[in-house]
Write a protein that binds this ligand. Structure first.
Ligand code: SF4
Length: 397
């Protein structure tokens, strides 16, 4: 499929060229704290901070406003004061790509050198999911995943996670929140990074994303995916009440350790026990197990039997993901027939096992491909800059 580059620059207000504090993306407590810190200058009585916070929160997250003047239930003098200290601008969208299948990928610059990708995946029905990143790079090295070749730069803040949702909503034109037929209905933490190595920010971001007076996305429509950071699985479930996905990919320890080195630290027995103990687990709150289909590695009937045995007793669904290749990988996607045989076996054992249609492959937005395109972007930007300067481009990207 040919890449359809519809737009390279965002229509949304760019990163503020000043040192005002960005309120967009912050939670209620943080907004209130900023108002309190400046209450003398803003002339907000302490007893009215809560009310003002509620108003501002509602405008940001229900209406998606980016200008203080849009907040018509706040008097003009206060709006002017707020605008002096705070901005509602979004971070810069470095690039926005739309796949021929409707998938949208955003490369967002949160701060100098801090670039993350998020991907909106429209579903066949009216729903759609935004795949958000929780870290820039990753400390883990799952060797089917290109993000895993990126060193961790840093954890994203809760604000930076929420901003990914605001940017997608802006782009989809889905304000106010109450409008019907919204396509961004679900959030999956399956972008760059391991969310359970950034649990505080992930938990706080969920509080904002799920707030009924704001973005209003239900907790059961949010899935946090982990490679298997066992000690954090239960506490994350208690804290967020989100759905759980496990990036599994192999059903025996030797193979899983080979594919996902974290398995050495937290082997399958411990991982599966954490799944059995997941708060609120029942047949209507099943755990999703992600299983990437790697030709000749994990895709035989023997592997399917191991998987069925492993899942016994756990309310589960298995997502079979045809491997999305990236430059430099030795893995190859399993043949379609092999995937179907595998799916049939898992299905016959009572576990729903849909084969995920690869989405956004033409824009390098498919599962396990994130970050690699931004590497390319940086390389091409470097090359262009080098050409412009008449100097050789370095080749580290
Ligand atoms: S699959 Fe997730 S945890 Fe593993 S390397 Fe990729 S981003 Fe990191």
């Amino acid at each position: 499929m040919a890449t359809q580059l519809l737009k390279t620059v965002s229509d949304t207000p760019a990163v503020p060229a000043d040192d005002r504090i960005r309120l967009a993306g912050l939670g209620r407590k943080e907004i209130a704290a900023h108002l309190t810190a400046l209450e003398d200058d803003l002339k907000i009585e302490p007893k009215k901070v809560r009310m003002r916070t509620k108003q501002i929160f509602h405008w940001i997250y229900n209406y998606g406003v980016t200008e203080w003047d849009a907040m018509t239930n706040i008097a003009k003098p206060l709006r002017e004061k707020l605008a002096q200290h705070f901005t509602l601008a979004r971070p810069e969208i470095v690039e926005r790509l739309i796949s021929t299948d409707g998938t949208r990928k955003y490369l967002i610059r949160m701060a100098p050198g801090i670039e993350v990708e998020s991907v909106f995946i429209p579903d066949v029905s009216k729903t759609g999911a935004l795949c958000v990143s929780s870290q820039v790079g990753c400390t883990l090295t799952c060797n089917f995943c290109h993000t895993g070749t990126q060193r961790l730069v840093r954890n994203l803040t809760s604000q930076e996670i929420v901003l990914q949702v605001l940017i997608a909503r802006d782009d989809l034109g889905e304000w106010p929140t109450t409008q019907e037929n919204r396509r961004l209905t679900n959030i999956v933490f399956m972008g760059m990074g391991e969310p359970l190595y950034n649990t505080d920010a992930v938990g706080d971001s969920l509080d904002t994303i799920c707030d009924g007076e704001g973005l209003g996305i239900g907790r059961r429509r949010i899935t946090v995916s982990t490679s298997g950071v066992v000690p954090e699985i239960g506490p994350m479930g208690e804290r967020t009440k989100a759905m759980l996905a496990i990036s599994l990919h192999a059903a025996n320890d030797d193979l899983r350790t080979q594919i996902m080195p974290i398995n050495k630290k937290y082997p399958l027995a411990e991982l599966m026990q954490a799944c059995r103990d997941y708060p609120g687990l029942n047949n209507s709150r099943r755990i999703t197990f992600e299983y990437v289909m790697l030709k000749g590695v994990n895709d035989s009937p023997k592997h399917a039997k191991q998987l069925i045995k492993l899942l016994r007793g756990i309310p589960a669904k298995v997502n079979l993901i045809p491997f999305n290749p990236w430059p430099g990988t030795d893995y190859v996607c399993s043949d379609w027939e092999t995937i179907e045989t595998f799916a049939d076996m898992v299905n016959a054992a009572g576990y729903a096992s849909p084969i995920r249609t690869p989405r956004g492959r033409d824009i390098f937005a498919a599962c396990g491909q994130l970050k690699s395109e931004s590497e390319k972007l940086r390389a091409s930007v470097k090359r262009k800059a080098a050409l412009a300067n008449g100097t050789p481009a370095d080749t580290d990207a």
